[in-house]
Each structure stands twice: as structure tokens, then as C-alpha cells.
Design a protein around this ligand. Structure first.
Ligand SMILES: Cc1cc2nc3c(=O)[nH]c(=O)nc-3n(C[C@H](O)[C@H](O)[C@H](O)COP(=O)(O)OP(=O)(O)OC[C@H]3O[C@@H](n4cnc5c(N)ncnc54)[C@H](O)[C@@H]3O)c2cc1C
Length: 590
């Protein structure tokens, strides 16, 4: 495996199947780590779902479980050994996130603690700060919260009003934060505040500092077991050394830890997708109507297949990015960089992909869990079964870690910025496509392997994005960043094409390693996803075209769009029936 594409470059450069990381590359050691994690979650956490969700009656339950998880190393997996961590590699962290994602409110508490709660210390803390806090955060004796959002600054996080003033040897903080995960029990808070009015800066505030108070638990739609509170700061005096990072550089801390947060959110929701499919298949096999199991109905089979296809595709994209980040970390470390720093830089490099994954994962889960509720019928609406709470719990993922609108705009904006800075050459390939539109299409090449057509179609679809991004840039130039309706559609095209390509490459790699016969279901799922992705890419492209071109140019570009998103007619109904029947027979998600 080697990393030959930089962040955002997937649009203009292609990877080969053997170059990407796939979940089937898992090592024995990683398998052992996973089985320890799943053992803990299935024995200690899943059975307590109802109790956990009654958070006001059992406020200590999640912190206690976190402490137990800490003893097993689940909270310190990514921390360096010198602070008591396990220093596992990034791909192992991805497996851990996926497994954790099955545990609903508990997963939110752990993710906030180990991600946005702990990473600011690891990446930006002084040696003293790291020594003081990281061992406790890693073993679960300390819990962390991250205080960025305020009542009047959510997506517009940098407009926060909380103030910090230096008085002698102390910083004095005043203001209020909102929606703070783990707020009810956290020992340590990373608080973002303005110094001198506009120098956005991070500070460490310990819970028992006079002036820090925590509001009532929010009554939420979902993730009811997780603690979410307002945090008030009234003349909170902290020592000068509790400054985290540099004055005026808080935005770097706030946003850089979010890159990893977004990636891990996708890994976690994929775990939730798998659990949803698994319990849906088992239920569909057990539940009888009209004298037969409901899993024998074509309508239910199509749902199970779609749930599996989107999950397989999301998983393929997630592990591909995991591998890219891991390779980048390895190459930075071999150049002499410290591991935590290299992880930060690697995640920043692939921030476009992290933003795309966040949208992909959260929207896949919403689809999958919605279908799970439908398969369960009335039972899906009952609190007695986990699907009702899983349905509610899924919804937050489109809102936090940057809303999906913000992440869509971020992904496209960053690609355009990279192009303008000359980091990736978008204009060259976009110009070539203009020429290609005038040429007679070449139909001469011959299929030479099982997913040849899918690979070819996905590569062609990249041209559709380049054609439309080029037309948008030409029409609006610097104003393009304000044309949100265009950015949203471009982001959707990027998500579909990146995911389709990742799925094709993964299945190709599987076929190279273990042959066609043992990967039949993966091949069928790949074909169905490519078909779906190209249909969606065409639709988004059509909306864009109507806005970007007119008259002869519109006709010509529409022909180009059709050509670039072409895929032979596929009998998706029968393929999906085949996929579902295999899963139903196994009584579990593949
Ligand atoms: C359960 C929960 C836990 C949370 N945990 C934490 C935490 O631990 N720490 C923390 O700091 N925060 C946390 N948050 C806050 C979360 O990150 C914010 O809710 C989120 O960033 C959105 O901000 P907002 O709620 O103010 O919505 P707004 O920013 O007001 O957005 C409302 C709508 O407008 C859209 N919108 C906003 N700006 C734009 C724009 N420029 N262009 C187009 N559309 C736009 C949004 O996409 C959204 O659809 C949590 C929130 C919840 C609900």
C-alpha cells in the first residue's frame, strides 16, 4: 500500500485497488482489540440501554462505564505511551470507533471525551499540561468536555462572545457556553474565549474553579443518556498557565480537532448502520405475517439490500480515508515528526475527505435506521426494542461536528482553495474536458476484469464534476463561494463519486486477493452502489447545468454530462434480491 494522492486530489488522480486500505486488511492484533471492545460493549453497555437513557435517574452510569472502558484502554488507544496510552495506529482507532458506534449515548460521551475533549491537550498542550491531564483522561479517572458553541454562535463559532482578560497572573473568563456534551460530569473543560475582543483563544478550566457553573441537563430528541448542558462562566479565575496553545490561535485548535472528529463520526455511524441491519435481518426472519417470515417478502428484501449496499459503500470510503491518513502519518513520522503532530497534519491534509465522510456517514445512517424502523413495523415504534431509540439517536449526527450544510460547503470550498493556491491542478483537467466535449467519444476499449465497467464509469463521473466545477468557477469566479446552492450540489457529486470509487477499489482488491467466487455479494453491492451514485451524480449535475449554461452550450454540456455519468442498465431489482437472500440466509449483516 502506498499513498499517492493528497487531500482532494482524488478528483484528478486515480488510485489502484492494491494501494487502498480496506477493512479486510485487519491484522490479528486488531481483531483481538476489536473483540475485547465488542465484548465490553455487548456485556456492559448494550444491556443497560434503557437505564442509560434515563439519564436524570442515573447520572453516574455513563461516567462509571467510561471509567471501566478507560481501565481496558478504550479511552487511551490514541494516546502516546509516555502518557499511559496504547499508541495504536490510526486504522486501529478506526476499528475502535466503528465498534463504539454501536453503543448509542455511551458512544457520544466517549467520542466527545476522547476526541474534542482530549485531543486539544494532546496536540496543543505544553509538556506540563500533557503530563498533568493526559494520564487521567486516558484511564478515565478524568472526563473532558469541549466548550465552543454559545447561544448566539453555533456554525459561526468564531463570533463567540465569551471573554478572557489577563489580570496579573490569572486569566478571568466571563460568558456562557451551550450544548456541552459531558457538561454534567466533566472534570476538565476546554473553553474558547476572545482575548482583547477578537483574539479567539483556548483555555483549560477545571470543574471546581469558582464561578464555573453547569446548567440543567437539556431534554433532547435523542441520545438521551448523554449529558448535554449549558456552562456558565462568571469571573472564573484560572492561572496564566492554563492558556492552551497561543493567544489568537484558538481557531486552529477548534477546527483541527474537528477534522478527526468528523472522520470518527463517520466510522461510528457506520458501526450503528451495521447494528441496525443486523437486528433488522434477525427480526425479519423471526416475524411472521401471512404465515411466512416477513424476510420472504420482496418489499422487505429490497430494503435490507439497500441498507447493506449503502453501509458497504460508506465502510469502503471510511477505511480508504483511514488508510490515507495512516500512510501520511507514517511518512511524516519517518521524516522525524512526532506522532501526535503527524496525526494532526495528516487529518488536516485530508480535511476535504473528512468533511465528505461526515455527511456521507450521517445521511447513510439516517436512511438505514429509518428503514430498520419500517421493517420492525409497530414494534419499531415501541421503546421495548432498541430501534426506536437508535432512530432518535441517529439524527444528531447531521447537526454536530459542523452541520452537514457547513461540511458540504467546507469540502468544496477547500478543494477550490487548494486549486487557487496551486496545490492541486483542477484547471488543467477541466480545460481538457472542454476539448473532450467536442470530440467523438471513444468506445473502443475492451473489458478486462469483473468491475471494469464500474471503474471506468466512476472515472468518467469525475469528469462530470470537473466540467461543472469549471463552468461554475468561470461564471461566478470569486463569488462562487457565496453560491451555496451550487456548492451543495457539487458536494453531493463529490460524495457519490468518491464513495463509488472507494467501493469499486475495495471490491477489486478483495477479488485480487481471494477471487470472484468468494466475493459475489460484494461485487453485486458494488454494482448497485455505482448505479445509484451515477444516477445521483447525473441529477445533481442536471440541476447545476440549468443554472450554469444556456442555449447551445447547455445542450452540449448536457450531452457531456450524460456521457460522463453513463452506466449500462442494471437489473438492480434482481441483484438486490440476491444480496438480501444471502444476508437473510446468514441471519446477519455480511
Ligand atoms: C446534542 C448536542 C451536543 C453538542 N455537543 C457540543 C459540544 O460538546 N461542544 C460544543 O461546543 N458544541 C456542541 N454542540 C453544538 C453543535 O456543534 C451546534 O449545534 C452546531 O454546530 C450547529 O450550531 P447551531 O445549533 O447554533 O445551529 P445554527 O448555526 O444556528 O444553524 C441552524 C441552521 O442554519 C444552517 N446554517 C448556519 N450557518 C449557515 C451558513 N453560513 N450557510 C448555510 N447554512 C447555514 C445550519 O446548517 C443549520 O441547518 C452540540 C449540539 C447538540 C445538539
Amino acid at each position: 500500500m502506498k499513498n499517492n494522492i493528497q487531500g482532494g486530489e482524488f478528483l484528478i488522480k486515480n488510485q489502484e485497488a492494491l494501494e487502498i486500505y480496506i477493512p479486510e486488511d485487519i491484522s490479528e492484533e486488531q481483531e483481538m482489540f476489536r473483540s475485547m471492545t465488542m465484548d465490553f460493549l455487548s456485556k456492559e453497555v448494550h444491556p443497560l440501554r434503557e437505564k442509560i437513557d434515563k439519564q436524570s435517574e442515573n447520572p453516574d452510569l455513563i461516567p462509571q462505564l467510561m471509567h471501566e472502558a478507560g481501565k481496558l484502554g478504550m479511552l487511551s488507544a490514541s494516546l502516546p505511551e509516555e502518557y499511559g496510552g496504547m499508541a495504536v495506529d490510526f486504522n486501529t482507532e478506526t476499528f475502535l470507533s466503528e465498534d463504539l458506534g454501536t453503543s448509542q449515548s455511551f458512544s457520544v460521551a466517549v467520542a466527545a471525551h476522547t476526541g474534542i475533549g482530549t485531543l486539544p491537550f494532546l496536540y496543543y498542550g505544553t509538556e506540563e499540561q500533557k503530563k498533568k491531564y493526559l494520564p487521567g483522561l486516558g484511564d478515565g479517572s478524568l472526563k473532558a468536555a469541549y466548550c465552543l458553541t454559545e447561544p448566539n454562535s453555533g456554525s459561526d463559532a468564531l463570533s463567540a462572545k465569551t471573554k478572557a482578560v489577563l489580570e496579573g497572573d490569572n486569566w478571568v473568563l466571563n460568558g456562557g457556553k451551550m450544548w456541552i456534551t459531558n457538561g454534567g460530569f466533566a472534570d476538565i473543560f476546554t473553553v474558547f474565549a476572545q482575548v482583547d475582543g477578537d483574539k479567539f483563544t483556548a483555555f483549560i478550566v477545571e470543574r471546581d474553579t469558582p464561578g464555573l457553573t453547569v446548567g440543567q441537563e437539556e431534554v433532547k430528541l435523542g441520545i438521551k443518556g448523554s449529558s448535554t448542558c449549558q456552562v456558565f462562566l462568571e469571573n472564573v479565575k484560572i492561572p496564566k498557565e492554563n492558556l492552551l496553545g497561543e493567544i489568537g490561535k484558538g481557531h486552529k485548535i477548534a477546527f483541527n480537532v474537528l477534522n478527526i472528529g468528523r472522520f470518527k463520526l463517520c466510522a461510528m455511524v457506520m458501526g450503528a448502520c451495521k447494528r441496525s441491519i443486523d437486528i433488522s435481518i434477525k427480526y425479519a426472519n423471526e416475524r411472521h405475517q401471512f404465515g411466512v417470515p416477513i424476510s420472504s417478502f420482496g418489499a422487505i428484501q429490497q430494503k435490507i439490500a439497500d441498507m447493506a449496499i449503502y453501509t458497504y459503500a460508506t465502510e469502503s470510503a471510511t477505511y480508504r480515508v483511514s488508510g490515507l491518513i495512516q500512510d501520511k502519518i507514517s511518512s511524516l513520522v519517518s521524516d522525524g515528526m512526532a506522532k501526535p503532530q503527524s496525526k494532526l497534519i495528516a487529518a488536516e491534509e485530508y480535511s476535504v475527505e473528512c468533511a465528505l465522510l461526515k455527511v456521507l456517514g450521517s445521511e447513510s445512517l439516517d436512511f438505514v435506521i429509518d428503514e430498520a424502523v419500517q421493517i420492525f413495523g409497530g414494534t419499531g415504534y415501541s421503546e421495548e426494542y432498541p430501534v426506536a431509540s437508535m432512530y432518535r439517536d441517529a439524527r444528531i449526527n447531521r447537526i454536530f461536528e459542523g452541520t452537514n450544510e457547513i461540511n458540504r460547503m467546507l469540502a468544496v470550498g477547500q478543494i477550490l482553495k487548494k486549486a487557487m493556491k496551486g496545490k492541486i491542478d483542477l484547471m488543467g483537467p477541466a480545460m481538457k474536458i472542454q476539448d473532450e466535449l467536442m470530440e467523438i467519444p471513444d468506445f473502443s476499449d475492451e473489458p478486462n476484469h469483473i468491475l471494469y465497467q464500474e471503474r471506468k464509469s466512476v472515472l468518467q463521473a469525475k469528469k462530470a464534476i470537473l466540467m461543472l466545477a469549471g463552468a461554475a468557477a468561470k461564471k461566478y469566479m470569486l463569488e462562487l463561494e457565496k453560491k451555496q446552492e451550487i456548492l451543495m450540489n457539487l458536494a453531493d457529486m463529490l460524495i457519490h463519486v468518491f464513495t463509488a470509487e472507494s467501493t469499486v477499489l475495495r471490491t477489486e482488491k478483495l477479488v485480487i486477493k481471494t477471487g470472484e467466487e468468494s466475493n459475489e455479494i460484494q461485487i453485486d453491492m458494488t454494482k448497485c452502489y455505482v448505479n445509484y451514485a451515477l444516477e445521483k451524480t447525473y441529477l445533481s449535475g442536471k440541476h447545476l447545468l440549468a443554472e450554469l449554461a444556456e442555449d447551445d452550450m447547455l445542450v452540449m454540456m448536457h450531452m457531456g454530462l450524460k456521457r460522463f455519468t453513463k452506466y449500462p442498465i442494471l437489473n438492480t431489482l434482481s441483484l438486490k434480491k440476491k444480496i438480501a437472500s444471502k444476508l437473510i440466509e446468514k441471519n446477519t449483516y455480511y
